[in-house]
Design a protein around this ligand. Sequence first.
Ligand SMILES: [Zn+2]
Length: 461
Amino acid sequence: MATLLVRNITLLVTMDDQRREISDGGLFIRDGFLEQVGPSAELPSSADDILDLQGCIVLPGLINTHHHFYQTLTRAVPAAQNANLFNWLKTLYPIWSRLTPQDIWISTQTALAELALSGCTTASDHLYLFPNGSQLDDEILAAREVGVRLHASRGSMSLGESKGGLPPDRVVEDENFILKDSQRLVETYHDAQPGAMTRVVLAPCSPFSVTTDLMRQAASLARTYGVQLHTHLAETQDEESFCMQKFGYRPVAYMESVDWVGPDVWFAHSVHVNDAEILTYKQTGCGVAHCPTSNMRLASGIAPVWDMLRAGVKVGLGVDGSASNDGSHLLEEARQAMLVARLRAGLSGASLSSQDAPPLMTARQALEIGTRGGASVLGRTDLGSLEPGKCADFIAIRLDRLEYAGALHDPLSAVLFCAPVRVDYTVVAGKMIVKEGRLTTIDLPVHIEKHNQAARRLMAA
Ligand SMILES: [Zn+2]
């Protein structure tokens, strides 16, 4: 029974049901789970290991609900820099068709390194291309070396250009194989227990790259095994037009028609959803991965996150793939969520100085989306806050840094209002994967060189 005592935390932000913020706080951890959370003075005085976090703010680990790790190899590709979603995809599909299993391994570790250093302790990834023998196994095994919890989505594409889809035929897969491989992955890797380090999700890519039949069969398979479903939805107006023309439905209605609504489903983006569709999310329990940077980068629009939260929809944060962000800084994403929600309020036409002006999203609310919100989207009752019985997943940031100078009257808000920083500690299941600002699990300089070699090969081929 290994124990860890974390004490003298200058400000401990629990995100528990009372939203307690405890000065001089501490955590007592046993075997990867929190046993006690409170003022340092009330905790045991000894443990197998002791971590003194005087001068730090501690928060629950952030949860990333949407990513495509492999895209770290194709950031800032010149021909895709200034394109909207469909043109961006058509430029990148041929490059991605050259990915190898080794590329999946390298890019997974790159993305998870960035995530861990920016405060993430649980990440969902959506891998939907499997060229040249690549498998989701490559990602799952690479992630285990880094130590971040992973919800690995077995993505898929089956509707190639010749059948009216967007991707070229050479990057789509046979539907029977997709389903068989999905089943194999769930049976091999999915852990439904509290504290799980790996879960598997079924995730046909998007309405414009998958057939109706595959959507239905994936839903049925996921429910047989009790795993979650994930896809891109209502990201752009192009997608809305595609759904109207091809299926005769708007995207959300199309999902209802294929049995893709429920508490086990979450959608990336949901930028173009109306009030009735937001109500459908609420009534059926669908969650949303809000990806503000990607939505701005691809000029997709601004998701109505405030309306979703008011309606009681589960919302988490996603950095999205690294070719449309082009980074995996999760604290920065929380900041972007706060800022873009304010921009949307400003564009609504309402007078923001009147008594009944809509409230502006606060730093605390944005961080809540990134922690509690992400946990609820991923169906994790064991994550998202620091309270007894939950996983010992937390981050710590030193407060004596340049970025926060002059903002320490409210350290929690400083984390989002001031320039985004790298964290000093990231702890997952009681294990330090970032310590004193450095990743403990992989040799980053060596890894970056390998990553750049792989990226050069992909672009040169
Ligand atoms: Zn995406």
